[in-house]
Design a protein around this ligand. Structure first.
Ligand code: CMP
Length: 215
């Protein structure tokens, strides 16, 4: 698209996988829009680094420090090679003031993020790893891509471990257990959830089991 090319010429930069765009707590000087590749938004809790979100083409980040004049609320690192638009605060403000559609998209995205943060809090209150993995997959599947087999969540065990702050083994064990119960199918692209209603019931069953025990 010609418009996108012009934007890239003006604001675009290429970054290699592993490049740290900024760290949590630093002052924020610009916001970013992903044109290609993936970016991990990370937060350090004690000594473990947790991935809050993985953002892809069309998504933006780094706007909070500009809007609220506070230090970066999380870190950002390139998860893949990619192209980003790097936008300074004055241009960002001019874009919002000059285009209601951009402002509305921003508000919708911030609302989605708040909802996801609420889901993460709910997730952290669950105790056993299987419940936490099912809860996370259920929330992700609701936003997932439709495939003939069901909703696809494009995350593997390793990415799930980064997102959930659980060990890789705990995630893998939980995935095997859930797959055995036929609630999910493990496929090369990630995890397929054939039936969201059945998964919701399975989560309720796991919670009951946790509360009342096996007997
Ligand atoms: P800022 O605080 O400037 O720097 C970190 C950025 O990460 C923040 O702006 C948001 O754009 C983004 N961010 C923070 N928390 C989340 C989250 N839970 N999900 C997705 N993006 C987030």
């Amino acid at each position: 698209m010609a418009g996108e090319d012009q934007l890239f010429q003006r604001f675009g930069r290429e970054f290699a996988k592993g490049h740290i765009l900024f760290r949590e707590g630093e002052p924020g000087g610009e916001m970013f829009v992903v044109q290609s590749g993936k970016v991990n938004i990370t937060k350090k809790v004690r000594e473990t680094e947790k991935i809050l979100a993985t953002l892809g083409a069309g998504e933006f980040f780094g706007e909070m420090a500009i809007l609220n004049n506070k230090p970066r609320s999380a870190g950002a690192v390139m998860a893949e090679n990619g192209k980003l638009l790097v936008i300074d605060p004055r241009t960002f403000e001019a874009m919002i003031r000059g285009n209601v559609e951009i402002a509305v998209r921003l508000i919708k995205k911030l609302s989605d993020r708040l909802q996801e943060a609420d889901e993460q809090i709910e997730n952290l209150l669950l105790k056993d790893p299987a419940s936490r993995v099912v809860h996370f997959l259920l929330s992700s599947a609701k936003r997932g891509r439709d495939t003939p087999q069901g909703k696809l969540v494009s995350l593997n065990a390793d990415e799930l471990h980064g997102r959930m702050g659980l060990s890789t083994e705990a995630v893998q064990q939980a995935l095997d257990k859930i797959a055995k119960a036929r609630i999910i199918q493990l496929v090369p692209e990630g995890v397929v959830v054939p039936d969201l209603g059945k998964m919701q019931k399975y989560l309720e069953f796991l919670e009951m089991k946790e509360r009342f025990g096996d007997t």
